[in-house]
Design a protein around this ligand. Sequence first.
Ligand code: PLP
Length: 330
Amino acid sequence: MELREAVCQKLERVNELNYTPEETIISSGCKQVLFNAMAATLNPGDEVILPTPYWISYPNMVGINRGTAVFVKTSQDNLFKMTPQALDDAITDRTKWVLINNPGNPSGAVYSQQELEALAVVLRKYPHVWILSDDIYEHMVFDGIKFYTFPQIAPDMKDRTLVVNGVSKGYSMTGWRVGYGAGPKELIKTMFKIQSQSTSGANTMSQWAAITALNGDQGFIQKYNETLVKRRNLVVSMMNKIDGLTCRAPEGAFYCYISCEGIIGKKTPKGHVISSDLDFCTFLMEECGVAVVHGEAFGLSPYFRISYATNIERLEVACGKITTACALLD
Ligand code: PLP
């Protein structure tokens, strides 16, 4: 209860949202909140709209719960944000959820107030569609941009919105496994029934630690973001110098989603033709020992993701190795 109260206070203080503790759930990571939500609501064949590139767990969570993932393509030109038209086109009578991951993994996309308002205009036409706002990267927003969560923009849709968040990213407490959700009481109650018969919930020590995280001094967030921006700028500038790669500076999270379209068709020194982003990532792994994730895993090719949640020296070495490896391609 103490953590649920801390979550309510945080949502009011930071996001201007009013929830009661009964409208919140604490789980073993944001991941379990998301899974509970899918398990609590999906009937076979119900559709969940997922903008691509998506976080890899989403389609699997939908599939395990017998739902159908419906993918909405985004583009690098639009910094990987779903447009209102694309959302409208994807909605059917079977749509149960649309998932907005803001800031996004792997894209780093951050929706502005206007962009969320435009999505809300579409969603107002479809009262049967619920909105899931995955805000786990909320605190990692750069370049003076302000973060908004969906129900802040569309309070009239709060009764069909689930906000999910946690302490894994902003507080670097991934291993502590604490996430939370806030939404309508009936939904939360059903999610809790599922959780109480699976894991019971997050462990008590971690819950106390999460209270300290949420209630404590938040000053480090700004400092941490300054470090993240330096790392982002390094990765973006080094990647854009490589012939065949293009990357626009992401506005949030700690990932760069880089197009490798210009590499496709090139030949490695061993004579292999790179025909996909997976081929390219395998080449980088084998040639220079740098691990990046291919775009196909996130549903949008030909791209790859670099995580810059590591120190700048290591990033400089890794990007240097990628530069050297790419120079070998013909
Ligand atoms: N949502 C997104 C978009 C993520 O990238 C992640 C972790 O990578 C999670 C949720 C899961 O967070 P947690 O560690 O709180 O389960």
